[in-house]
Design a protein around this ligand. Structure first.
Ligand code: FAD
Ligand code: FES
Length: 254
């Protein structure tokens, strides 16, 4: 773990409220793995005080990419960054997805900005010759992007694009297309989506990893500010920043 001063190269708008920030960091680019995250100081002043966590979205050469949507002050600062601004970034943090497991087909399930970690995941899976199917859901069309993803199936709550319903319902509607012994599900999105995905995968006995989210402070296990309930008898709570953000779905209670 280290702090890098990273020059912003661009901030691009991918959809109504989806941004892609590109910054240069040879150190982070060469050390971070799919599913890991960075804790970013979004402003040069001390406001907001706390860093904000963001998944690594993609790495190309020395450049790192973050995909984000604007929620509050911190993400608004990020969206307003200009080429040449410098970001103070703590990285690499957390664990990543286990992409090496024994499966033939990776089933990616992304809810809204939960798509953020999957471009880098997709790139790694393609290098390993895994088949990849992606399900992406949003409230409406403006929550969706195809950046860095492949073989996409969309769902929207309002039916404005793709399947009319949520992304877990979409997965359920397609599940007979798969040999369940040969797939592994990788999910990221809001908690209700993760909960539904966990329940479905456990009911069908499908391998499943979930990238979880919660408010964070330190980002590396010191402040104890990011507990998540576990299914372990000996350790009731795990830390999202240190033990996650990616967990086997069977290990956590969402
Ligand atoms: C490991 C990890 C990886 C993440 N990766 C990404 C990413 O790649 N792209 C991205 O856009 N976001 C990501 N997030 C969420 C992101 O960190 C928050 O959206 C961000 O911190 C909000 O900061 P803010 O100052 O803009 O909003 P705040 O002012 O802090 O919050 C504004 C509103 O959003 C709510 N909020 C804040 N954080 C979250 C959250 N995590 N989940 C749900 N609601 C929240 C608050 O309750 C409040 O209502 C990630 C979070 C974690 C823990
Ligand atoms: S954010 Fe501090 S322990 Fe997880």
């Amino acid at each position: 773990m280290f702090i890098a001063q990273c020059k912003v190269e661009s901030v691009e708008k991918l959809a109504e409220n989806i941004y892609l920030l590109k910054a240069c960091s040879p150190e982070i680019a060469s050390s971070i793995k799919p599913g890991e995250f960075c804790n970013i100081k979004v402003s040069e002043s001390n406001f907001p005080l706390l860093r904000r966590p963001f998944s690594i979205c993609d790495v190309v050469g020395d450049d790192i990419y973050f995909m984000f949507s604007v929620h509050g002050e911190g993400t608004r600062y990020l969206a307003e960054k200009k080429a040449g601004d410098v970001l103070d970034i703590l990285a690499p943090l957390g664990n990543g997805f286990d992409l090496e497991d024994d499966y033939e087909t990776a089933v990616i399930v992304a809810g809204g900005i939960g798509a953020a970690p999957f471009p880098m995941v997709t790139k790694y899976l393609a290098e390993k010759d895994k088949e990849i199917i992606t399900f992406m859901g949003g409230r409406n069309e403006s929550d969706l992007t195809d950046y860095g993803m492949t073989n996409l199936n969309y769902s929207t709550d309002d039916g404005s694009k793709g399947f009319h319903g949520n992304v877990v319902e979409l997965l359920k509607s397609k599940i007979d297309d798969f040999n369940l012994d040969e797939i592994k599900v990788f999910g990221c999105g809001p908690n209700p989506m993760l909960k539904a995905l966990k329940e479905f995968c456990e009911e069908k006995n499908i391998l499943c990893e979930l990238s979880t989210e919660c408010a964070m402070a330190c980002g590396f296990g010191i402040c104890q500010g990011c507990p998540i309930e576990s299914t372990f008898n000996d350790e009731k709570y795990l830390l999202v920043c240190k033990d996650g953000p990616v967990f086997n779905s069977k290990d956590i209670i969402v």
